[in-house]
Design a binder for this molecule. Sequence first.
Ligand SMILES: *Cc1c(COP(=O)(O)O)cnc(C)c1O
Length: 369
Amino acid sequence: MTVVHDITSLTFFRGRVALYAILKGLGIGAGDEVATQAFTCVAVPEGIMATGAQPLWVDIEAEGYNMDAADLRRKLTPRTRAVIIQHTYGIPADLDSLLQVAGEAGLPVIEDCCHTLASTYRGRTVGSFGIASFYSFEWGKPIVAGIGGSAVVNDPELRERVHEAYENYHAPGIKRLARIQLQYYAFGLLYRPRLYWPVRTLFHRLGSLGMAESNYNPVGEGNIAEDFNLRMALPLQRRLADNLAKLDAQTRHSHWAANEYRTRIQSKAVTHPTPPKNSDTVFARYPLRARNKAELLVAARKANVELSEWYATPVHPLEGQDLRLVYYEPGSCPNAEVRCGEIVALPTHPAVSRRDIDRAVNFLNKVAP
Ligand SMILES: *Cc1c(COP(=O)(O)O)cnc(C)c1O
């Protein structure tokens, strides 16, 4: 049985709102910096910037997907007040080194567990190493509730402060809830690896027409201040609790899928991930570094094989000058930028069948031998 922390007692509208609540609880705000890794999505800097603080961008490991401890040590400044450690794709970060650097600098660590509820490091579930951790339950995450997030606070004093502030958060309006519910059911009906490409196109169109709750509301657009006052609606909280009961089955499915990919994909055009020793990775997706990402994505779309591209930019999906909106200086995290140009990821979620895996494996071994 997987050990899961109390995920359901501090739920928020989204993962980024949970992060915001944790940072506020730590007293972080204007004039402060929060260290976080490039090769992430815009949700993270949004949560940081909603407090008035700024993200401090740290590069990832030369061969991996998670924060590089040496670069963290190099980049810290006297204004840095906390470190966010992300377990990308569910691969545990190098916690030994990162906790040491943060500890020496006297900085609290917050774990970004949006990609994993069940991965372990030295036998302990991730999310239990820092002062707090946060989760997301939108589409594409291990547990889906529609849209939502939660905070787990390991430090008793901080937990009390976050709970106190939580009294001022309220549920989203009925219209918003209805839209999220519709989306949840539509995805449940439509979502199969074989339908990945057409559904993705449809969702992007609806999002740009303002008809869907998009994963990425652009920084500064929409009523962000309002979102950062919201909890998760009750029906979504109930669904979260129901879906959490399936976590063990889901973990087994993810292990099976990742093992199939690892042992059967022999294409020389892709490189498999190497999770840290002493860890058990429950992959949210199975990442591969491709020699020619763009070509592979085009071929996958044609062959109708689910292959996702995230993260395509160091702060997905911001590009070019837009990266400066979140204080990311292009060129400042070279490993992350290289990784964005390489990465493709295969699905591991419960809707992935043996046939889907056969098709993905055959596609990769044939198209890119
Ligand atoms: C999804 C995600 C989040 C939070 O997303 P929300 O849309 O705010 O729930 C944060 N960090 C990472 C790495 C994520 O993948």
